[in-house]
Design a protein around this ligand. Structure first.
Ligand SMILES: [Zn+2]
Length: 517
């Protein structure tokens, strides 16, 4: 009788609690049981492990094999434990000589194919980060190596097959790296350019571009209203390119969330700000997160990036309502029968909608036949509380023919993404220096402190309040945006708290919220 213990980890949201895979060989009739996994996963894992051992020319031990995945009450997915289970059987049956210390210094992850090959599994980045913190190496399938290296640059090892894992463990020295491995892994954590899409590629639309610049500078959410085909999506796709590169901690968070998602993580996306654009038919669990494994939804996949909701009124009402929590707090909590997990969801919301159901309200052709009550009903699908959280609202009108032909278009219209990003960077720097946060996050107390108005501005705001019937929330939004507009203005005299808000800044801010009132 012998027991082998192999280390691995489960995945629970963005936590990775340790799992001990214990393999016990006993006498008696030949049986193979796995405890601590859901029934369906056990059956599949057994078949794969048995096949992989046979292919690897290992002997299947006679007698009773019991595999215990502890702690038993932790929810687990089956595939990633194939490698630790198979390895445990090989070690317990004495077919692989390896010291306990050597075995304990590593964690193992991998699904076994029927030919003994190791297939990539989800969530390796997260597991590798935790293993590195615990001072352990990780051994992962080749397809997961680049991902594991991001979190554990020196402690990640990979293998193509079960046999290769065993050969390396049996080798006396720790010379497990080969040249291929090092070459396949990304060398640095240098963030990539966010996107190849350039603002200069969008014809005309000076006002919406200016609004996009303000949105980028202050991390303000933005709603674009206009008929189909005016470039709303093109503009939204260019927002990530205006934002500063991700900090390396944020880049790792973004990659980790992708790594535990259904789609998985692509190493080539590392360091890019995410851009997510779910279809309006998407379910609440797809957008917010959920399902049996409590996977992250679009709001979390868009963490530190952009969530683009095109045709906003067409989204399910429940989906739109559930956006309020992450917009407010930057996290989402998902509860399932056996688990409760939290994912970060600090995204910048970009929404777009038509002005009416047919899309051509106000068009010069007069083709819109939508009756006013129909238009009102269409717009009322977006609730007040959600609209309240959108700082900027801008019209994206149909292009004039000279704009389409590329005539004219000075200043902002012709601005490249690189030039715009530079201005955004400067404005963000001023905000962080002054308040330690971006303007969209200013609380009402902080607004009082950082958005001081002179007498002219106060008069302008009072007039606007009366004329536009602004709520207290709407006033705060206008002040936050005015702060950002001033931060973008490099011509004004700057004092210790950054450029003062002038009447022109405030007037622009009030203009930037008028598209649908
Ligand atoms: Zn219409």
């Amino acid at each position: 009788m012998r027991i082998a213990r192999v280390a691995s980890r489960a995945q629970l949201g963005l936590a990775a609690p340790p799992v001990q895979v214990e393999v016990h060989l006993g006498g008696g009739l030949p049986t193979f049981s796995i405890v601590g996994l859901p029934a369906a996963a056990v059956r599949e894992s057994k078949d794969r492990v048995r096949a992989a051992l046979a292919i690897g020319k290992f002997e299947w031990p006679a007698g009773r094999i019991t595999v215990n995945l502890s702690p038993a009450d932790l929810p687990k997915e089956g595939c990633r434990y194939d490698l630790p289970i198979a390895l445990g059987i090989v070690v317990a049956s004495g077919q692989l000589e390896v010291s306990d210390a050597r075995l304990e210094s590593c964690e193992f992850y991998g699904e076994l194919g029927l030919a003994g090959e190791l297939k990539p599994v989800r969530g390796v980045l997260l597991a590798a980060a935790h293993a590195a913190r615990a001072g352990r190496h990780v051994v992962v399938p080749k397809g997961n190596l680049a991902e594991a290296r991001l979190a554990s640059p020196t402690g990640a090892r990979s293998a193509a097959t079960l046999l290769e894992v065993c050969e390396r463990l049996a080798a006396r020295n720790d010379h497990v790296d080969n040249v291929d491995e090092v070459a396949a892994a990304p060398g640095t954590l240098a963030p990539l350019p966010a996107t190849a899409l350039d603002l200069a590629d969008v014809r005309g639309q000076a006002a919406p571009k200016r609004a996009l610049l303000v949105a980028a500078a202050g991390a303000h959410s933005i709603l674009m209203v206009g008929p189909p085909g005016t470039g709303k999506s093109m503009l939204a796709q260019r927002l990530p390119g205006l934002l500063p590169p991700l900090e390396s901690d944020d880049a790792l968070d973004v990659a980790t969330i992708a790594s535990v998602s259904l789609r998985g993580f692509e190493p080539r996306d590392f360091g890019r700000r995410p851009f997510r654009a779910p279809h309006h038919s998407a379910s609440a669990s797809a957008v917010i997160g959920g399902g049996p494994q409590a996977r992250p939804g679009e709001v979390s996949l868009a963490h530190r990036g952009v969530l683009f909701l095109d045709e906003l009124p067409e989204f399910n009402r429940a989906v739109l309502e559930s956006l309020r929590e992450p917009l407010e707090s930057g996290v989402v909590a998902i509860s399932r029968a056996r688990l409760q997990v939290e994912y970060p969801a600090r995204f910048q919301l970009v929404a777009a909608m038509n002005p009416c159901p047919c899309g051509f309200l106000g068009d010069a052709s007069g083709r819109c036949r939508c009756a006013p009550p129909v238009v009102a009903r269409y717009r009322s699908r977006i609730s007040g509380p959600l609209l309240d959280r959108i700082d900027l609202r801008v019209e994206v009108p149909a292009l004039q023919s000279e704009e389409l032909l590329g005539e004219g278009g000075a200043d902002v219209t012709a601005m490249s993404s690189v030039a715009a990003a530079e201005r955004v960077n400067g404005a963000r720097h001023r905000q962080l220096q002054r308040a330690g946060k971006l303007n969209s996050d200013l609380t009402s107390n902080e607004i009082q402190r950082h958005c001081r108005l002179d007498r002219n501005c106060r008069r302008l705001l009072a007039q606007a309040r009366e004329r536009l019937n602004l709520s207290a929330r709407a006033m705060h939004r206008a002040l936050r945006v005015a702060r950002t507009v001033a931060d973008l203005d490099e011509s004004g005299a700057a004092n210790a708290t950054g450029p003062a808000i002038g009447p022109a800044h405030l007037a622009e801010a009030l203009q930037l919220r008028r598209a649908i009132d």
